[in-house]
Ligand binder design. Sequence first.
Ligand SMILES: Nc1nc2c(ncn2[C@@H]2O[C@H](COP(=O)(O)OP(=O)(O)O)[C@@H](O)[C@H]2O)c(=O)[nH]1
Ligand SMILES: Nc1ncnc2c1ncn2[C@@H]1O[C@H](COP(=O)(O)OP(=O)(O)O)[C@@H](O)[C@H]1O
Length: 243
Amino acid sequence: MLRSAITASSTLTSAAATAAAATSSNATRQFHAIVMGPPGGGKGTISSWLVRDFQFKHLSSGDLLRKQIAQGTELGRVANEYIKKGALVPDSHVLGMVLAELASLDPEERWLLDGFPRSLEQAKELDAAYKIHAVINLDVPHEEITERIKHRHVHIPSGRVYHTIYNPPKQAGLDDVTNEPLTQREDDKEEAVRARLVKYSAITQPLVHYYQQRGTLHNFPGTESKVIYPEVAKYLKAVIPPA
Ligand SMILES: Nc1nc2c(ncn2[C@@H]2O[C@H](COP(=O)(O)OP(=O)(O)O)[C@@H](O)[C@H]2O)c(=O)[nH]1
Ligand SMILES: Nc1ncnc2c1ncn2[C@@H]1O[C@H](COP(=O)(O)OP(=O)(O)O)[C@@H](O)[C@H]1O
């Protein structure tokens, strides 16, 4: 299974590149965006508001991996060994999964990647397959992070995110939409968060420079998602083609 996922990624890369070439000329509403930021920086929160206001298809690599884990797939089993330690899942595994998802979308689809790419290798593979129109970098200070993640509760099947103080569910411990129980992620424990922040600075932060060089990155410094979001929305309104 794993080998096929890895081979799939190279086939998919060329398929996706063809799809991109075929559609890049005549696609009008197509818009490919990435939301970046440290663990707990507000990517999922701000992505949910972008989906509401800009009709993006939201793809979170973390959510996709947690679904694989919940389904007990081979990919999920392997990924979980890395996730619970706060390490990054190897590029080959994540690339196959994310490129397969993207290749399944309508070429005209507006999509928003959340938590992908997380390494230079992933960014280069993504660039080979698709044009990236905008990279939104949530520049949130790391001292904000531990406090936020300590109170994070998630609804794994939907990816909905809550914070017991900042944005609590209507009923404590239950998802607002399904009433299903919320959980705390294993990798939100203090030790794993510390490891993730170290990994973020060493492996993902360099992507800020990578996209700055391409002129597609826009930096949004701040400590409150509700204050950052209007700035993100204003920027996107200026660059995104009509729906
Ligand atoms: N205190 C506070 N918590 C926030 C803010 N924005 C998001 N959160 C919460 O902080 C946690 C991390 O946010 P999330 O969107 O999951 O970040 P991600 O890991 O980058 O996707 C969640 O519990 C959110 O509900 C904020 O501005 N202030
Ligand atoms: N693009 C990726 N490359 C490698 N590992 C990933 C990727 N996306 C998610 N993961 C793994 O899943 C974990 C959770 O990711 P995510 O849900 O995006 O975390 P957060 O929302 O806290 O930033 C990461 O710490 C990492 O182990």
